[in-house]
Design a protein around this ligand. Structure first.
Ligand SMILES: Cc1cc2nc3c(=O)[nH]c(=O)nc-3n(C[C@H](O)[C@H](O)[C@H](O)COP(=O)(O)O)c2cc1C
Length: 160
């Protein structure tokens, strides 16, 4: 399975999840950087309505890959402006997409639903998703990620 993991992280948790997936699956990774410094509360709360991200890379060439993982922290029950913008810039036609997010504990499911809707709008075939609670230490995050990948049962989806 040729997999690419694309993620945004501010304080490192989503990055740790991404790199744990990389290690487990032998996938490639690309980090999205957001150069925006000043955000209003509204920018944080309504990433689907307000474009407040200035990202790099703006797009990623995904031709080579069969499966694309996209990861984001949960911000106010939604995805981050950076990942919203990235998805908006992409076409996921003929790609299987797996979504993941990290959070302290609230809003992960609704954030995944919003993200799935957006990815589908950009022609992606969402085949799985998971959320990781980041209240524990790095070892907890890595353990939870390994379990989540196992639970995806990727070999049964026919991509193994
Ligand atoms: C602006 C902001 C909003 C957040 N909103 C939520 C939230 O709605 N629910 C939640 O459980 N955690 C929330 N968090 C916590 C982060 O989702 C959590 O710490 C996440 O693991 C951070 O990921 P990162 O280290 O990759 O940046 C928020 C954090 C920030 C900075």
């Amino acid at each position: 399975m040729r997999s690419l993991i694309i993620y945004y992280t501010r304080s490192g948790n989503t990055g740790l999840v991404a790199h744990t997936i990389k290690k487990e699956l032998g996938a490639h990774v690309r980090e999205i950087t957001d150069f925006t410094n000043n955000r209003t509360v509204l920018d944080y709360m309504f990433p689907n309505l307000i474009d407040s991200a200035s990202i790099s890379p703006r797009k990623v060439d995904i031709d080579y890959y069969e499966t694309i993982f996209i990861g984001t922290p949960v911000w106010f029950g939604s995805l981050t402006p950076a990942i919203k913008k990235f998805i908006d810039n992409m076409d996921f036609k003929n790609k299987n997409v797996i979504l993941f997010n990290t959070m302290k504990g609230i809003g992960g499911d609704i954030a995944i639903k919003r993200m799935a809707k957006l990815v589908k709008k950009h022609n992606g075939n969402v085949i799985g998703s998971f959320g990781i609670i980041t209240r524990g230490d790095d070892y907890d995050i890595m353990d939870c990620t390994r379990l989540a990948i196992k639970n995806l049962e990727l070999n049964k989806i026919g991509n193994g």
